[in-house]
Design a protein around this ligand. Structure first.
Ligand SMILES: Nc1nc2c(ncn2[C@@H]2O[C@H](COP(=O)(O)OP(=O)(O)OP(=O)(O)O)[C@@H](O)[C@H]2O)c(=O)[nH]1
Ligand SMILES: [Zn+2]
Length: 313
């Protein structure tokens, strides 16, 4: 079972619990400390990599089905492995600890879609859902009073089913596959920001699109992520039935999972077609959601620097 499945299953409030700032040791809150801050390189049990975190799950070393975020602050490790006193303040590293029970291997361990939705039937792939989906769209056309057999509509049920499959293709993806090993050791502790990543998602309440842009920042702790992977993480979670709040948090938690940085910031700006084309019909309204973890949450200067970068043209 992948950690990504747990993230995508979590409701917004469960994600809130997972990233509750009570999991961060307040005593270690830092100002930016750019020049003399030291990231932990020691390998205490709390500083597991993505693979190690997943191993924890595979080994069943934890059992509650909840994921928590922890920050650890440890000294640097010399080449020989001995702990040495850090020369400056230690920036706490954000660690996600995966606490999940194991599900039995039923042959569908790679089928994120099945796991996400707890389907009764277990299609080998999501494409196997196409005939049922097409039949549903055909019924829908009939329900609208249309003639599904008229020339223009004959292939519409199948086209619509394929389109919906595409809009929700994130169910087929998981973090580990998408990262594809593109996590690099790098002695870099400056802020990394990728902003204005286009996002298209589907409102889970009305099954109509919401779209907008996502900006992600993180403060590395000796590990950096291939830049395109931030945009790919956005795709994993936006290409599902979503609410914007959960999407925002899932992205932040996934970046934490990937590189255990000192902090992660995510801002999502979305236009919800359910508020534009129907309902209150507010065509100019935008919804802005943010998740700030670690130093972005605790240090106003770091947060401000991120927001300035995001808001600059
Ligand atoms: N918090 C949140 N709400 C959303 C999102 N997408 C859609 N919604 C809201 O989901 C709510 C559903 O409310 P309901 O009263 O059950 O449905 P409704 O009658 O269609 O609501 P109206 O849109 O007000 O007409 C609406 O307020 C939507 O605006 C989202 O991403 N986050
Ligand atoms: Zn909606």
């Amino acid at each position: 079972m992948s950690f990504t499945r747990q993230l995508s299953e979590m409701s917004a409030s469960e994600l809130n619990d997972a990233i509750d700032d009570t999991n961060f040791p307040q005593a270690h809150i830092l100002s930016r400390g750019r020049n003399n801050s030291v990231c932990s390189t020691s390998s205490t049990s709390g500083t597991s990599s993505l693979a190690a975190a997943n191993d924890d799950v595979a080994n069943g070393s934890a059992a509650t089905g909840q994921s928590t975020v922890q920050a650890t602050a440890t000294g640097t490790t010399a080449a020989g492995g001995d702990e040495v006193a850090p020369s400056g303040p230690v920036r706490p590293r954000l660690i996600l600890k995966s606490n999940s029970s194991i599900v039995e291997n039923d042959g569908h361990e790679n089928c994120t879609f099945h796991h996400d939705l707890e389907l009764d039937h277990k299609p080998p792939t999501r494409e196997a859902l196409l005939p049922d989906m097409a039949r549903s769209y055909r019924l829908l056309l009939g329900g609208l009073g249309e003639n599904p057999d008229r020339q223009g509509l004959i292939k519409t049920p199948e086209r619509a089913a394929k389109a919906m499959l595409y809009f929700t293709k994130g169910y087929d993806q998981n973090l580990e596959d998408v990262l594809n090993g593109a996590v690099f050791d790098e002695d870099h502790d400056e802020m990394v920001v990728v902003k204005d990543i286009e996002m298209f998602s589907m409102c889970e309440h009305h099954l109509v699109p919401f779209y907008g842009k996502v900006s992600i920042g993180y403060l590395p702790c000796n590990k950096i992520l291939g830049l395109s992977k931030l945009a790919r993480i956005v795709e994993i979670f936006s290409r599902r039935l979503q609410v914007q709040e959960r999407l925002t948090k899932q992205i932040a938690v996934a970046v934490t999972q990937a590189v255990q940085p000192a902090g992660v910031a995510v801002v999502v700006e979305g236009v919800h077609m359910c508020m534009v084309m129907r309902g209150v019909q507010k065509i100019n309204s935008k919804t802005v959601t943010s998740t700030m973890l670690g130093v972005f949450r605790d240090d106003p200067k770091t947060r401000e620097e991120f927001l300035n970068l995001v808001n600059s043209k």
